[in-house]
Design a protein around this ligand. Structure first.
Ligand SMILES: *[C@@H]1O[C@H](CO)[C@@H](O)[C@H](O)[C@H]1NC(C)=O
Length: 411
């Protein structure tokens, strides 16, 4: 009898365990959601519904259950929310195709309440940033959103496409972020030249932007631009108000367009000038990075401080030089002396230095800077060879380029 019981027990525990765990987890999730729900009702008119806060399981079945709770939660919110105004709304959910109706209802709901700041993120956290194959917009911006017109101040869409020319309805947009979608260059140009109010533009993993040329736009109002791993191959723009520019991706090929020869570099750098006083470069100081490094120096004529944060970076093995040059003699053969080196660059700091040949050569070049007062070098001790690096770095103290007024610290 006892034996039978235990058999039954062990049998049931094995087969039922996953189901029991998922029920418990669902109960916990619902409980958490209820608490959040209370908090949301009390907060002002800003809402952030993010699937990732609720779905944390890796087991397919539990995940599905957690997701259903999340979707139900949104439905309940719509049914019970009474305020007439919603200021800010953000929805993050993957696989939007499977809950399209709820998304449509939810977006319609916030649109009717005059949302000013809308974020829809349908990208999948598992997508690999370095691989664009098979990614496409999984959802379309519901058409009623366009009726918001000048009410909308901020629009962020990830894996969510939009219509042209309807998007031009948003005449008072200030902040635009797009990710994981195709953005044809013409669309971007039309958007920026029509909605002149746009101050912030962020593009992440967007494509069809190979020839990123915004130069024809007069009075481009951009103050802040982030280009993150898009397929841009050259960047041309005239943005007098730009205060912040962050670029991540293949910098060097961008020089193909802006600097077909070193002679052209002078004029180009004057046009693409950035109002940057402090430039922080995360770099490996690999020779493949030199052209990009020089491009940035030439683009920042007001630079006062340069920080080189040396660490391992992705170096593309198939990199091809934008113009003919011998990388070993890169700095010796420069014909252009960046404006910031002539006038403004006072301070250089280097973190994680190993005093490699490339670093020392770069320093010697920068030491020709007419306004340079101070170089602070913090050596890396990751490989336990700090004394070796120090001896190498000390060569800079005796370098012929060093002027009397230049202070160099090494520690
Ligand atoms: C632009 O982006 C910055 C940084 O994210 C933010 O602080 C600022 O409020 C944004 N400006 C507008 C007009 O949205």
């Amino acid at each position: 009898m006892a034996r039978d019981n235990s058999d039954i027990f062990s049998l049931s525990s094995e087969s039922l365990l996953p189901a029991i765990i998922s029920i418990i987890l669902l109960a916990i999730a619902t409980c958490i959601l209820n608490k959040k729900w209370l908090r949301i009702r009390q907060s002002d008119a800003n809402f952030d519904f993010n699937e990732n806060f609720f779905v944390d399981s890796t087991s397919g079945e539990i995940k599905q259950g957690q997701r259903e709770v999340f979707i139900d939660f949104i439905k309940n919110w719509i049914a019970q929310f009474t305020s007439r105004r919603i200021n800010k709304f953000s929805l993050t959910v993957s696989n939007p195709q499977t809950c399209g109706e709820t998304i449509e209802r939810c977006v319609a709901f916030v649109t009717q309440r005059g949302v000013k700041d809308l974020t829809l993120d349908f990208s999948n956290p598992k997508w690999n940033e370095n691989d664009l194959d098979d990614k496409h917009a999984l959802f379309q911006l519901p058409t009623h959103v366009y009726q918001l017109g000048s009410l909308l101040k901020s629009l962020k869409l990830y894996s969510c496409s939009f219509d042209m020319p309807d998007i031009l309805n948003f005449g008072a947009l200030k902040d635009v972020s797009l990710g994981w979608i195709e953005v044809p260059m013409n669309t971007l140009k039309t958007l920026l030249s029509t909605c002149k109010t746009i101050e912030n533009l962020s593009l992440k993993r967007c494509w069809n932007l190979v020839d990123f040329d915004l130069k024809d736009i007069v009075q481009l109002g951009l103050k802040r631009m982030v280009l993150n791993k898009c397929d841009t191959q050259c960047i041309k723009l005239d943005a007098p108000n730009l205060k912040f520019f962050k670029y991540s991706g293949d910098v060097f090929t961008s020089e193909i367009c802006v600097a077909p020869s070193a002679g052209d570099l002078v004029t180009v750098s004057a046009k693409t000038y950035l109002n940057v006083r402090h430039l922080i470069l995360k770099t490996q100081m690999h020779k493949y990075e030199l052209c990009g490094f020089e491009f940035l120096l030439n683009s920042c004529p007001l630079l006062e401080k340069l920080t080189l944060d040396i660490s391992q970076q992705v170096i593309f093995k198939d990199y091809r030089l934008p113009y003919l040059t011998d990388l070993e003699k890169f700095w010796q053969t420069r014909r252009v002396f960046a404006q910031c080196l002539q006038n403004t660059l006072k301070m250089i700091e280097i973190f994680g230095s190993r005093a490699t040949n490339q670093e020392l050569r770069t320093c010697c070049f920068l030491m020709k800077g007419k306004a340079l007062e101070q170089i602070n070098i913090k050596l890396s001790n990751e490989d336990g060879n700090i004394e070796f690096h120090r001896r190498r770095a000390q060569r800079l103290l005796k370098a012929p380029e060093r002027s009397e007024n230049l202070q160099i610290t090494i520690d």
